[in-house]
Design a protein around this ligand. Structure first.
Ligand code: SAH
Length: 359
């Protein structure tokens, strides 16, 4: 039975499901979910990510982590955790940098948080010569909360489920996925409205406005921030999304084969993602007792961290690659490409030094 048919039957039995439930099934169904079936990343996949564009991205983030770890008096033991590591490329590039500081390597235990068995395999292969044992976890759980936490997440939060609410004359009604008369998946509104705690900066909603919230993203961020506040450490979250208050508007999108697709058509075949609401994540982290910096634009952050110098060095060591390196740097930095839409948020303990790149 196709995933579409299974979702239709779930709705027939239980009634309409939330957009978040629909996303969870479409992305993570163990048999037919998108991440179970496909390798999404790279030219043969559906999208490309910064670590796959250039090794410099991971090296700069690695140097950032080393510096922040040193500034907090080199805590040992500590954890290095990555959420949603894809092909393991970012971690491999971080570890290349980390080899410059053997004390860091001997202090950390590495855990990759990944749901997809297929991507876990790719990560294990990429990291088979890693200088530190690599462990895996299905989610960020209590086993990761006992010591200083140094955490990276690139394009992880955009993949987490969101709920959508539509402003109607009765108030906010949740947008659900139900069935139309022809038994096709279709959006519908929940019959009763509910009060939402919307940040003042969003302005006054008008009829038809859509508000997106990702309770799961906030829960994970709160948990991470609480560990950092308590034991020390740092999180660097990079993703595409809003800087200030998100305001109203729909950002849920489906992408297949590097092109936009329909959200409800062929669940499991397309990647689903949405803009990350950095203001919401920052608020959650601060409420958990940590201090946040940014979000800053990815282009600006990479500039501050010295992308030009690294690119120059890499190009002079590999002159035949010079044009590719320049093109990759441009893609990561320029405002027309990933430089502005992508942003970075840092979470540190109160009282820790301001992290590099977040002036
Ligand atoms: N960080 C990588 C991959 C981004 S794709 C890169 O930049 O290339 C999103 C990643 O998050 C994939 O590895 C996917 O399997 C993982 N993922 C998505 N939802 C997840 C969840 N709920 N828990 C753990 N991992 C998840």
């Amino acid at each position: 039975m196709s995933l579409t048919e299974r979702i239709i039957r779930i709705i027939e039995v239980h009634g309409p499901i939330s957009v978040a439930q629909f996303m969870s099934i479409a992305l993570h169904d163990p048999m037919h979910g998108y991440y179970a079936r496909r390798d999404p990343i790279g030219s043969s996949g559906d999208f490309t990510t910064a670590p796959e564009i250039s090794q410099i991205f991971g090296e700069l983030l690695g140097a950032w982590m080393l510096q922040v770890w040193r500034e907090q008096d080199a805590p040992s033991p500590a954890r290095l955790v990555e959420l949603g590591p894809g092909h393991g490329t970012l971690m491999a590039d971080v570890l290349r940098m980390a080899k410059l500081d053997p004390e860091f390597l001997s202090s950390i235990q590495i855990t990759l948080v990944e749901t997809s068995p297929r991507l876990r395999k790719a990560q294990a292969e990429k990291l088979k010569d890693a200088p530190v044992t690599v462990y895996w976890a299905e989610r960020f759980d209590d086993t990761l909360t006992d010591r200083p936490l140094f955490l990276l997440a690139n394009e992880f939060f955009d993949a987490l489920p969101i709920r959508q609410f539509v402003q109607t004359e009765y108030g906010w009604c949740e947008r659900m996925v139900g069935l139309d008369r022809e038994r096709n998946l279709a959006f519908a509104l929940a019959p009763s409205s509910r009060a939402l705690d919307i940040p003042a900066g969003c302005g006054k909603p008008r009829a038809g406005d859509i508000y997106e919230a990702s309770p799961i993203s906030e829960a994970i961020t709160g948990q991470i921030a609480a560990v950092i506040a308590r034991h020390g450490g740092a999180a660097l979250i990079v993703d595409y999304g809003y800087g200030a208050n998100s305001g109203f508007g729909e950002t849920l999108q489906a992408v297949a084969g590097h092109k936009f697709a329909s959200v409800l058509q062929n669940p499991g075949e397309a990647d689903l993602s949405s803009h990350v609401d950095f203001a919401a994540l920052a608020r959650t982290a601060e409420n958990a007792g940590a201090k946040t910096y940014g979000p800053v634009a990815q282009g600006a952050l990479l500039g501050e961290l010295g992308i030009d110098i690294r690119a120059e060095r890499l190009a002079s060591a590999n002159p035949e690659q010079a044009d590719n390196i320049a093109a990759a740097v441009k893609r990561l930095r320029s405002p027309e490409q990933m430089g502005t839409l992508f942003k970075a948020l840092a979470i540190l303990p109160k009282g820790a030094a301001r992290p590099p790149g977040f002036q």
